[in-house]
Design a binder for this molecule. Structure first.
Ligand SMILES: [Ca+2]
Ligand SMILES: [Ca+2]
Length: 138
């Protein structure tokens, strides 16, 4: 399964390059092939992470792959981005960001499941994030 995912990511890479460079340095919510569409906002809620640590986590937001943007309006909070899969410990790590947000590309390999979507969420151990909102764009 991992090998297939890597292969899909490699295949999508060539197609995503022009799209990515069109985004480079773009401070507002516009993409090379259209607008960034807001696809959801989720509040960071307290959960218990592995090892018993207190974490704050958003609900899932669905994506069709490609590129994805996450904005938090928080600074100096370190976030992990994950992709949800059913069952315990099956979620996939997508990446990290630690400023007001981050752009993620080449995400087609994370699209899976019966809904044929990726389900992204963010999580942090920084309690400054407690109860704040995170905004998702596809
Ligand atoms: Ca999934
Ligand atoms: Ca997955």
């Amino acid at each position: 399964m991992k090998k297939i995912r890597v292969l899909l990511a490699a295949l999508s890479f060539a197609m995503v390059i022009p799209f990515s460079s069109a985004h480079a340095g773009d401070p507002i919510l516009k993409g090379g092939n259209g607008e960034w569409d807001k696809v959801g906002e989720r509040r960071l809620k307290e959960i218990t992470c592995a090892g018993g640590a207190t974490c704050w986590k958003t609900g899932n937001v669905q994506s069709t792959g490609g590129s994805f943007r996450i904005i938090t309006f928080m600074s100096d909070v370190f976030f992990e981005v994950w992709e949800y899969d059913p069952g315990s410990g099956n979620d996939d790590l997508v990446g990290y960001f630690d400023n007001v947000g981050g752009d993620f590309h080449n995400l087609n390999g994370f699209v899976d499941g019966t809904n044929n979507r990726a389900e992204f969420y963010v999580v942090t151990v920084d309690k400054e994030a407690a109860g704040k909102k995170v905004y998702f764009y596809d």
